[in-house]
Design a protein around this ligand. Structure first.
Ligand SMILES: *Cc1c(COP(=O)(O)O)cnc(C)c1O
Length: 430
């Protein structure tokens, strides 16, 4: 789909915005072609600038768990907007929001609201360094934790699509302080601790990796990380910016991981589609943040009333409607369908999914880490992406991202996805 309207918008965008986009993956570098511009969204559908309706499986990278323009969320935001949108002074609703998160997420004794996942992780790392007096952080190859310097070493998501595992402008010092291990490789983490044990402040992990495509943790991986960090006096940071409230009505670490991390970062879902994220954890660490402690963190718009209104409304609906089991069923029907249809057509596509989040990996082998993900046929992925887009379905414009079923998706959407996918497969040489 290379509508003239999109091409024209992109031409203008490139003259006013670097690369024409405000976040790199939107430029379609991973799949080629002209990026799509979206005018509006309702439920599971988005309307493009040239008036096409698309079934949306990006859902703002999972933030729109209730679908677009959910009436309860829109109402809450509109009502709040009439009362003033920011004060730079504490508001009652941010207290309510923090109480809510602390009550729902085990291990969250205190939580501070910030504006983005990047900020939440940046704060978590500074806090871990501040309380341990150590410099190094261990992360996993292909996990994405936002675009702060320390976390841009061997990062996932859009950085992978760029074909660079680190960014220019990150100092050698920042790179030297970031250790990287393959995801799902406990032995590599143990080896890093043997070598640098006294210098590692924290291990940060996406419990379910979502930024090299959907890659679930191997059995025992998270518990192993918990044991290793505890033994060596390092903090365990679970970056649940995608995971939190996506797979169930709490954190992944509590619901499925069987671990209590020292610090948890949340984002995407908890902001209900507005810029809102959070960093929280054990009281003994969180009290080290300013103003009580020596680790500085602040924000003009932190705990922003509009964002908090959207977040609270989203949590209310999720709690009332508990759409998780249904989203999981739709997600697995979709994943099984995609893998089966691909196999029937002799195409190497394996769709991995967990509770409504899925990635069709263009490989016939299971993907357990970044090396596996990178072995995928990205040219085939691009064909699948454009084939689906031509047939009214929007999936992530990169092999190394997740797709999301929302509470607004229904069985007929899965049927439509699978028939479109089958039609695409028929056009592809086996
Ligand atoms: C999206 C994401 C981030 C960054 O959040 P932003 O709000 O985009 O800054 C951090 N960590 C994970 C796991 C993410 O998926």
């Amino acid at each position: 789909m290379t509508g003239a309207i999109h091409a024209d918008l992109f031409r203008r965008a490139r003259k006013a915005i670097p690369g024409g986009v405000n976040s790199p993956v939107r430029a379609f570098n991973g799949v080629g072609g002209t990026p799509v511009f979206v005018e509006s969204g309702k439920g599971a559908r988005i309307r493009t600038a040239d008036g096409r309706l698309l079934a949306d499986y990006c859902c703002s990278w999972g933030a729109m768990i209730l679908g677009h323009a959910h009436s309860a969320v829109s109402r809450a935001v509109a009502a709040r907007a009439k009362l003033g949108t920011t004060f730079g002074i504490a508001t009652p609703d941010e207290v309510k929001f923090a109480e809510r998160l602390c009550a729902l997420v085990p291990g969250l004794d205190r939580v501070r609201a910030v504006n983005s996942g990047t900020e939440a992780v940046m704060t978590a790392i500074r806090l871990a360094r501040g309380v341990t007096g150590r410099s190094m952080v261990l992360k996993f190859d292909g996990c994405y934790h936002g675009h702060s310097d320390a976390m841009l070493v061997k990062s996932g998501s859009g950085v992978l699509t760029m074909g660079a595992s680190s960014s220019a402008g990150v100092t050698p010092g920042a790179v030297a302080d970031t250790l990287v291990a393959p995801y799902n490789d406990l032995e590599a983490v143990a080896a890093a601790f043997r070598r640098h044990g006294k210098s590692i402040s924290a291990v940060i992990v996406e419990p379910v990796a979502g930024n090299m495509g959907l890659v679930p943790p191997a059995r025992g991986f998270l518990k192993g990380l918990r044991a290793l960090t505890a033994r060596h006096g390092a903090l365990l940071i679970c970056d649940e910016v995608i995971n939190g409230f996506r797979f169930g009505f709490s954190s992944y670490s509590a619901l499925y991981g069987g671990v209590t991390p020292d610090l948890i970062t949340l984002g995407k879902v908890i902001g209900g589609g507005l810029p809102l994220a959070a960093i929280g954890g054990k009281a003994k660490w969180m009290r080290q943040l300013a103003p009580d402690g020596p680790v500085y963190q602040a924000g003009t718009l932190s705990g922003n009333p509009l964002a908090v209104a959207a977040g609270l409304a989203t949590l209310d609906v999720l709690e009332r409607e508990q759409p998780y089991a249904r989203m999981a069923d739709l997600g697995s029907a979709l994943a099984v369908g995609v893998s089966t249809i691909a196999a029937e057509h002799g195409l190497p596509i394996t769709c991995q999914s967990f509770n409504g989040v899925f990635t069709p990996f263009c490989t016939d082998r299971p993907v357990t880490n970044l090396a596996d993900a990178k072995s995928c046929d990205t040219a085939l992925y691009a064909k699948v992406f454009h084939g689906l887009l031509d047939r009214g379905i929007y999936i992530a414009p990169s092999q190394f991202e997740c797709n999301f079923v929302s509470a607004a998706h229904a069985e007929r959407d899965v049927d439509a996805f699978l028939s479109a996918f089958e039609a695409v497969c028929r056009t592809l040489p086996a």
